[in-house]
Design a binder for this molecule. Structure first.
Ligand SMILES: Cc1cc2nc3c(=O)[nH]c(=O)nc-3n(C[C@H](O)[C@H](O)[C@H](O)COP(=O)(O)OP(=O)(O)OC[C@H]3O[C@@H](n4cnc5c(N)ncnc54)[C@H](O)[C@@H]3O)c2cc1C
Length: 393
């Protein structure tokens, strides 16, 4: 007897979006989410640009959106700029609340899956659940076939004594001293007294010392004249930034089990963000009618391979940033980039820059040594050192 047509292992961002979309588009399909934690979605704030999604996709994710703005700011030593464009955020709490309301009877939390196969799973208590297909959405995965560096951050949602006066997110304030790679502060104004502040680094190492980051956030708030009365929530993350690799080997390294989200390599190679790709995969699955494991595997693998094929340019940019620029020079590379047209920058976030955009990004005098830039682009071989194997701490 099968427990469900589709078993989604991991109730994180990607699998929950799939379940929500299928509940709308194929309501009779029996879907079951198995999540090891007591709630859906972990502990995150997920943000995206309105232009990362189509209007139809923006519509269906709207119930999840908790905060939205019409523009955002970037700050560098020689460039301060407000860019047009909607920017949205949601949180794990909202995802959990929407999922519980819309997916009643389709979620089991507190369930640890110990074995996955294309058509069944085994739980920690030894029980076996069969499905027509299983999707592995267990989040970031250690895989020797991707050469990664890291975008790492610690964030705090803080309550202030007085209004902060911000009307738009500051998605990069890189006017601060640079440590451990390219460093910036990211600030989202949730309401007039509440901010999410994150200290972020594009670094060669995934290691985080949370207390040092938290102290830096407190100093930053003080410098901005924001007096913190309490810390409401903390979150941290280490996201992969991809320099290169072998996507076929990435998939061939494990049995043919369909995958979603970070497990499927479905994230922007430069920002590590996965929300937009998770929405796209959910849309594609919602059109599927053959729910055999083989058919779901083909769809998820082809989606991942196509994304890889389309995003080689961003891996080249990552190599320029990590291999051609010294750690303390990375800020100049970003400062130059954020001086380009707002349309080009929006297409960068959406991962769909045109050929002209790409030429524009690479043209002019690069803020790195030409010989190093040349070798980062043309003589690069994916690293296989143990440090490169880690995609998450
Ligand atoms: C703090 C943080 C902030 C981020 N911010 C953004 C952002 O602003 N925008 C953006 O697009 N991306 C962001 N990302 C990147 C990425 O979108 C997230 O990591 C996203 O949550 C990945 O989705 P996922 O579904 O692949 O994995 P996850 O959301 O990590 O979900 C995996 C789930 O699987 C569960 N699980 C794991 N093993 C098992 C098991 N054996 N049995 C049962 N359940 C299991 C986990 O408990 C977890 O709930 C952020 C990441 C982090 C860490």
């Amino acid at each position: 007897m099968i427990a469900a047509d589709l078993i989604l292992v991991g109730g994180g961002l990607a699998n929950t979006l799939i379940a929500l979309r299928l509940a709308d588009k194929q309501p009779s399909l029996r879907v079951l989410i198995l999540e090891q934690a007591s709630a859906i979605g972990g502990n995150h704030t997920w943000s995206f640009h309105g232009t990362d999604l189509t209007p139809r996709q923006n519509d269906w994710v709207k119930p999840l959106v908790q905060y939205g703005w019409d523009c955002y700011e970037v700050r560098f030593p020689k460039l301060q700029r407000t860019l047009p464009g909607t920017y949205f955020s949601t949180t794990s709490e909202r995802l959990d609340a929407v999922a519980r309301e819309r997916l009643s009877g389709r979620i089991r939390t507190g369930v640890h899956v110990v074995e996955l196969q294309p058509d069944h799973v085994v739980l920690a208590d030894g029980s076996r659940l069969a499905g027509r297909a299983v999707i592995d959405g267990r989040g970031a995965k250690i895989n020797p076939h991707l050469d990664v560096r890291f975008q790492k951050f610690v964030g705090q949602v803080v309550q202030l004594q007085k209004p902060h006066g911000l009307t738009a997110p500051i998605i990069m304030d890189a006017t601060l001293p640079q440590h451990d790679g390219y460093r910036f502060l990211y600030t989202l104004p949730f309401d007039e007294h509440t901010l999410l502040i994150e200290d972020t680094r594009y670094s060669d190492s995934p290691d985080i010392a949370p207390v040092a980051y938290e102290n830096a956030i407190n100093r930053y708030a003080e410098d901005q004249g924001w007096s913190i009365s309490s810390v409401l929530r903390k979150e941290n993350g280490v996201l992969p930034v991809i320099l290169g690799g072998d996507i076929q080997a990435f998939w061939d390294a494990t049995p043919p089990i369909p995958r979603a989200g970070l497990q499927a390599g479905l994230f922007h190679p430069a920002t590590g963000y996965s929300l937009a790709n998770a929405v796209r995969l959910a849309d594609q699955l919602a059109e599927l009618h053959d729910w055999s494991a083989g058919s779901v595997y083909r769809l998820t693998r082809e989606t991942s391979e196509r994304l890889w094929g389309r995003t080689g340019f961003y891996r080249v940019l990552n190599r320029m940033l990590f291999l051609a620029a010294d750690s303390h020079d990375r800020r100049r590379v970003l400062e130059r980039f954020y001086g380009l047209s707002s349309g080009l920058i929006a297409r960068f976030y959406a991962g769909n820059n045109t050929l002209l955009d790409k030429l524009r990004i690479l043209s002019g005098k690069p803020p790195v040594k030409l010989t190093r830039a040349y070798s980062a682009v043309f003589s690069y071989k994916p690293a296989t050192s143990p440090a490169s194997l880690r995609t998450h701490p």
